[in-house]
Design a protein around this ligand. Structure first.
Ligand SMILES: Cc1ncc(COP(=O)(O)O)c(C=O)c1O
Length: 452
């Protein structure tokens, strides 16, 4: 790539508002993101420092310092007389990602965080004539059925025209990333997050930048620091019920985070997929606490009702919603009307469904905790899963569980840096007999590992 091509990829916004003395760090960060995002591929020979400095309108020492930083991080290599090129990456690790678990068909599946019992849908009745009564009659509608959006808007205290119905929350997230990111863009995520979002970032060749959290959620200081230094204003959070730990962020922390997001004029992508299956009192959400920050909220019926409906939604301010819809019209033509019609009836009845669901979830949570060995398990505030910490590697435990015919999610796939600290995620939204058998097999797998 020549200097002009690299300068075009670097773009105009990388320098941000930081003082001149930070320019080299900013440039190094932007180049690193472009390399990690595959925009500047391994083996690419970089132009001379002088040529790049000219193309970027910065001083030559700025480029020299940025290259030095990237060389010491192992991202660039140089040899006297041969110039500077992008280093080859190490061999692929072959680590499982969320996508691999979605494809797992083996044994008792405690990895998929989705309800397996849909008896709460049994009383619903859908006639074919209802489908054809839907508008528009031809069935292609990237925005979503007006009647479903009206029902959702009432629950979410918004207006139907702020909402877009999607084929699940995962789909909403992919539409948002498709509309708002380009390859190499950094996106802030919690240092432990929904692994499916990490897969989506990889698919969009965007780069996850980890932000520290404690048991109450991402910490305001870490968020402030990340927004100052990471070269992005796009942040992804799951504050109502955190994925994968199941912890809820308390009101005071939500206020503090909203203040930081406002101060930076950030765009925050709030994933409320688990919000409806919070066991305790529901708090006013993070979006409603933000004044200046732009909030996009994503939700779903997959955890509260059934993943098979493939119904989710997103709520976004008008300009962002327009950009997302334009992108959607390029990549798909709308969500199935049959699912939307079922969802409409479900949403009108959701409070009653949730009351029973939450009671059932609490009972199943206790049943699985009681059946497992004494691992370090913090009871979740919501959701369908236990986030358990074992005194052994989570990846090795998941492999041992697999040998015993149980699929569990190893915790390291939830971390942008892939760190394995012994966590695994176990779904307890299964029928009691399956939970008991699953726990017995996990106990045997654990004993086998400890004996090695
Ligand atoms: C936090 C989070 N976001 C999104 C999703 C995807 O949900 P859906 O089934 O609605 O696509 C999940 C489910 O696994 C999740 O836990």
């Amino acid at each position: 790539m020549d200097a002009e091509q690299i300068a075009r990829a670097v773009g105009h916004t990388w320098a941000g508002s930081l003082a001149e003395r930070n320019l080299a760090r900013r440039l190094a960060l932007r180049l690193r993101h472009l390399i990690e995002g595959g925009v500047i591929v391994a083996g690419t020979r970089l132009p001379s420092e002088r040529a790049l400095a000219l193309a970027l309108h910065v001083s030559r020492p700025t480029v020299t310092d940025a290259f030095d930083e990237l060389r010491s991080a192992g991202a660039l290599r140089s040899r006297q007389g041969s110039g500077t090129w992008v280093a080859e990456r190490g061999p692929a690790t072959g680590e499982p990602a969320m996508a691999e678990l979605v494809l797992a068909t083996h044994g008792i599946n405690l990895a998929a965080a989705a309800p397996a019992d849909v008896s709460h849908l049994e009383h619903l009745d859908l006639r074919l004539a209802d489908l054809l009564a839907a508008t528009p009659a031809h069935g292609h509608d990237p925005v979503g059925l007006p009647a479903l959006r009206a029902a959702l808007a009432e629950r979410l205290a918004t207006t139907p025209d702020e909402l877009v119905v999607t084929s699940g929350a995962h789909h909403a997230l992919t539409l948002i990333l498709g509309a708002l990111t380009t390859p190499g863009d950094p996106v802030l995520v919690e240092d432990c997050t929904y692994p499916g979002f990490l897969d989506l970032l990889a698919a969009h060749r965007a780069v996850a930048v980890a932000t520290g959290r404690d048991d109450d959620g991402v910490t305001p200081d870490a968020l402030d620091h990340a927004l100052r230094t990471a070269g992005t204003k796009l942040v992804y959070l799951t504050p109502a019920v955190h994925a994968p730990s199941g912890r809820a962020t308390p009101a005071a922390r939500l206020d503090a985070l909203a203040a930081v997001l406002d101060q930076h004029g950030a765009t925050v992508l709030i994933d409320d997929t688990l919000a409806d299956v919070r066991y305790g009192t529901k708090l006013r959400g993070l979006a409603a606490r933000c004044a200046r920050a732009q909030a996009i909220t994503v939700g779903s019926l997959s955890k509260s009702v059934w993943g098979g409906l493939r119904i989710g939604w997103l709520r976004a301010p008008a300009p962002l919603r327009q950009a997302i819809l334009r992108h959607r019209a390029q990549v798909d033509l709308g969500t199935a009307i049959a699912s939307q019609r079922i969802a409409q009836s479900v949403v009108e009845d959701l409070d009653a469904i949730l009351a029973t669901r939450i009671e059932t979830l609490r009972a199943k949570r206790t049943r699985l905790v009681d059946a497992l060995p004494a691992w370090d398990v913090q009871l979740p505030d919501g959701g369908l899963t236990l986030w358990a910490r074992l005194p052994v590697s989570g990846a090795r435990f998941a492999a041992a569980a697999h040998r015993h015919g149980v699929v569990v999610m190893p915790g390291h796939i939830a971390r942008p840096d892939g760190r394995d600290d012994g966590h695994v995620r176990l779904c307890f939204d299964r029928e009691p007999a399956l939970l008991d058998e699953g726990a017995a097999r996990l106990t045997a797998a654990y004993a086998e590992l400890r004996a090695e």
